[in-house]
Design a protein around this ligand. Structure first.
Ligand code: FAD
Length: 456
């Protein structure tokens, strides 16, 4: 039986590809590249005007989770290639923790540990770099093109198969046929359209806190660092209440993060929070953009007047994509649980790792998992990406099957790229053989990845 939704009858056929990747964030770019490098014909459709997802359009230009605090790389493969090449081109920097051994904080996140282990980059040059990688690999790329509907065929065993994905672009609707579909929308948009079950956001009504990230320049880095070190105040948890006591109008959150980018005086700011946004709802998202963009001028003024080192600070750019931390998490073959993470479960189908910690905001700015011990490296199994009920759909990135608080360690961009690369390999194997994704041998997938050694 084929289910046909409202848009499909009108959509002209655009062609057939081995692998269709929906969404060009860290998961989608790596999935498309790895499938193409396995010899597949690949189409990547991206709703925005560029690839890179939250790292470029969302301007969270700081790849986290790929390196332990003591400097061991836990994500290799395409991520390793991107880090090496962009560092050489001056697009990214790879801070050396040894350079900051003698101070209590470093400018990369005003922090040592997992933020200093990240890789900050220029989002505009990064988008161009990633696009060229896709073009060089022969991936067909379509921007401003959104997956909006699906044609699903129910098979004799009751399982579903995606036959077509309907996309909407400047030129109207189009219908794309593919052997395997990679849902890298971050929101499991395609999976949800297929009827795949999912959970969404926080317990209360599926909502989550968002931020609209912006970048600033002309920060006096020495003055900023002197304050942070002297007052032991890396996230301004002390300064903000002090300002409020003095009657200064501050934003509503308890802390903020300044992260130095790829040159001196240039910082990403992740600070303002707007609660209760549904990242899968156009009205809710629109409210997020309008409220948060409207506050940026005032926030910049606040920094100039009251934050050390910020007197001459100028706004460089505001993200064109809203910073949505979480939406849907699919019902997958396996759900990654808190117990898996705290007990360091080893999986037979591990295809990637994360070195990141708990990180999911609650309404009062605290992390419910703070203080809960976990091993420094979290393995990520292939089976969390494969929806239970659909044979030819795989879902790498922040919409994988996981208990909500487990998303913190695995949703940051380096592990997301590890997932994307593995999903691309798995998609290629399934497209070539016609077999369901669930039946692909994980060892064959693993054999095509560059995974870190057993010492993890
Ligand atoms: C405020 C904030 C701060 C963060 N800070 C960091 C940080 O400092 N470092 C870090 O590593 N991670 C950070 N993260 C987490 C990280 O950025 C995301 O979890 C990660 O980017 C998820 O990757 P993804 O590829 O799954 O999704 P995304 O990066 O969201 O990419 C999804 C892509 O799909 C596109 N898309 C969406 N729907 C469709 C559709 N229907 N059809 C076609 N295209 C579609 C989107 O435009 C986007 O380009 C942060 C996240 C937020 C919100």
């Amino acid at each position: 039986m084929t289910s046909v939704n409202y848009a499909i009858a009108k959509a002209p056929e655009m062609g057939r590809w081995d692998v269709l990747v929906c969404g060009g964030g860290p998961a989608g770019v790596t999935a498309a590249l790895s499938a193409a490098r396995q010899g597949m014909r690949v189409l990547l459709v991206e709703a925005k005007h560029q690839v890179g997802g939250m790292g470029t359009s969302g301007m969270v230009s700081h790849w986290l989770g790929g390196r332990t605090n003591d400097g061991r790389w836990v994500v290799g493969g395409l991520y390793g290639e991107f880090v090496r090449e962009t560092r050489e081109k001056g697009i990214s920097v790879v801070p050396d923790p040894a350079d900051y051994a003698d101070v209590s904080y470093a400018p990369y996140g005003l922090h040592k540990g997992q933020l200093l282990a990240g890789v900050p980059f220029d989002p505009f040059r990064m988008a161009a770099y990633l696009e060229q990688k896709l073009v060089d690999a022969g991936v067909d790329v379509l921007f401003e093109t959104t997956a909006v509907d699906v044609v699903v065929e129910e098979q004799s065993d009751g399982r579903n198969r995606v036959q077509r994905v309907i996309v909407a672009g400047k030129d109207g609707l189009g219908s794309v046929a593919a052997c395997v579909v990679v849902d890298a929308t971050g929101d499991a948009d395609v999976a949800a359209l297929t009827g795949c079950r999912y959970e969404k956001g926080a317990e209360r009504e599926g909502l989550s806190p968002i931020s609209l990230i912006f970048h600033v320049e002309n920060v006096d880095e020495a003055a900023l660092m002197a304050y942070v070190i002297d007052y032991d105040d890396p996230r301004y948890r002390k300064l903000l209440p002090r300002l409020r006591e003095q009657g200064v109008e501050c934003f509503n959150y308890q802390w903020m993060i300044f992260v130095k980018m790829n040159r001196s005086g240039y910082f990403m700011i992740n600070g303002r929070i707007l609660e209760d946004v549904d990242g899968t709802d156009a009205r809710s998202r629109t409210r997020g953009y309008i409220v948060e963009r409207g506050k940026i001028d005032g926030t910049v003024e606040l920094y100039r007047e009251h934050f050390p080192g910020c007197r001459d600070l100028t706004l460089r750019a505001v993200a064109s994509n809203l910073g949505v931390r979480e939406t849907r998490r699919i019902e997958a073959l396996r759900t990654l649980t808190v117990q898996d993470v705290t007990e360091g479960t080893r999986f037979p189908d591990t295809v990637g790792y994360s070195s990141y910690g708990w990180d999911l905001l609650s309404r009062d700015g605290t992390d419910p998992m703070r203080g809960v011990a976990k091993p420094p490296v979290v393995p990520i199994p292939l089976s969390v990406m494969i929806p239970k009920a659909v044979d030819n759909l795989i879902c790498p990135g922040r919409a994988v099957g996981a208990e909500r608080v487990v998303l913190g360690p695995i949703r940051v961009q380096a592990p997301v790229m590890a997932m994307g690369e593995a999903a691309g390999v798995c998609a290629a194997l399934a497209a070539r053989s016609g077999a369901p994704l669930a039946s692909i041998d994980p060892d064959t997938v693993r054999g095509k990845l560059e995974l870190p050694g057993e010492e993890l």
